[in-house]
Design a protein around this ligand. Structure first.
Ligand SMILES: Nc1ncnc2c1ncn2[C@@H]1O[C@H](COP(=O)(O)OP(=O)(O)OP(=O)(O)O)[C@@H](O)[C@H]1O
Ligand SMILES: [Mg+2]
Length: 151
């Protein structure tokens, strides 16, 4: 599930950025295709809207009954007044700043719907000029037998 997002690093080979992936192995029920799209889009943004010499860190951890994934970059950040709208389809923050950076404004809408499909939540923390962290929480369903016992 996490190999594909890391591959985008090579597509942006001219950029000098460090990508790291840390965390524990987490298993959950869901769609590998959709979750790959979610991670791909967050990593794609974390690299595209980054600065030379910047970092992208992806961390996966396990909490009671949920998996927590953070995708954190040291890039250009998102001004506060735009944060409420970035998950809308076709919304891009600032046409002049985005002109050089290609995109259709659909990535975060895919993220939002992919997370909703898994009954999860997505949260964003960002500071203009400092960076952005997206946090996804996905419930881990326990498998139970007919008696309701954990298996
Ligand atoms: N990590 C980030 N750092 C700074 N700005 C971001 C980040 N992620 C998203 N944004 C802003 O939010 C907007 C919407 O992001 P989204 O991924 O939906 O679209 P996009 O990257 O422009 O295009 P697409 O993903 O369809 O190629 C972006 O245009 C960008 O302005
Ligand atoms: Mg995008």
């Amino acid at each position: 599930m996490i190999e594909k997002p890391l591959r985008i690093w090579y597509n942006y080979g001219n950029y000098r950025k460090a990508v790291s992936l840390t965390g524990e192995k987490v298993s959950l029920l869901g769609s590998r295709t959709i979750l790959s799209e979610v991670l791909y889009n967050l990593c794609d943004n974390g690299i595209k809207y980054n600065v030379s010499g910047g970092r992208l860190d992806v961390k996966i951890s396990h909490a009671p009954k949920r998996a927590i994934i953070t995708v954190s970059d040291t890039g250009i950040g998102i001004p506060k007044q735009h944060i409420g709208r970035i998950f809308e389809r076709f919304y891009r923050v600032d046409k002049s700043r985005s002109r050089k950076i290609k995109g259709t404004g659909l990535g975060l809408s895919i993220v939002k719907h992919g997370v909703m499909y898994h009954n999860g939540t997505v949260h964003v923390d960002s500071e203009s000029g400092k960076g952005t962290t997206f946090t996804i929480e996905l419930p881990i369903e326990k498998k139970t037998n007919e008696q309701g016992e954990n298996i």
